[in-house]
Design a protein around this ligand. Structure first.
Ligand SMILES: [Fe+2]
Ligand SMILES: [Fe+2]
Length: 160
């Protein structure tokens, strides 16, 4: 990051911000993988629309990971080199699919858990950086808004 870009970051523990960004980065990669996997294993009459929605959403989560990777590196952090580090960095509870692959409600409930975990992560990141690191703050708010939409959309599909 450039000189002025560094100077405008004030009173914030940059290492802690990088740590949180890396956790979010890992969460997004896992969401990307888990949603695609769920889309591919879903079976039954009701599977196609859910699989199609999850495939689109998996692509959105990958975009989130890319946005986070830029900011991690701008702040001087390093991306994990080994995929095996990703689950260790993640904040999200394990993604557990229902045993019955035609149980769309169960599948969507697993997705909902991941979305809610992302909301908590971005809320934390937003609070950590407010008035201190504007660029990270704006990124956290933007991704937070996406995850809030994802949560609502998933809740509506579950319909409880
Ligand atoms: Fe995301
Ligand atoms: Fe999401």
């Amino acid at each position: 990051m450039g000189q002025l870009g560094r100077e405008i970051i004030k009173d914030v523990d940059v290492k802690a911000v990088i740590k949180e960004l890396k956790a979010a980065y890992a969460d997004e990669w896992l969401a990307h993988y888990n949603y695609l996997h769920a889309a591919q294993v879903a079976t039954g009459l009701n599977a196609p629309p859910v699989a199609s929605m999850l495939t689109t959403r998996a692509a959105d989560e990958l975009m989130h990971a890319m946005r986070l990777s830029e900011r991690i590196q701008e702040l001087g952090g390093a991306l994990p080199e080994d995929w095996a580090e990703i689950p260790k960095l993640s904040n999200t509870p394990k993604f557990v699919l229902p045993k019955n692959t035609s149980d769309m409600k169960g599948l969507l409930k697993a997705v909902l858990k991941a979305e809610r975990s992302a909301i908590t992560t971005y809320q934390k990141l937003s609070n950590m950086t407010r008035h201190r690191d504007t660029v990270t703050h704006e990124l956290a708010e933007e991704l937070l808004a996406d995850e809030v939409k994802d949560e609502e959309h998933t809740e509506n599909l579950i319909g409880e």
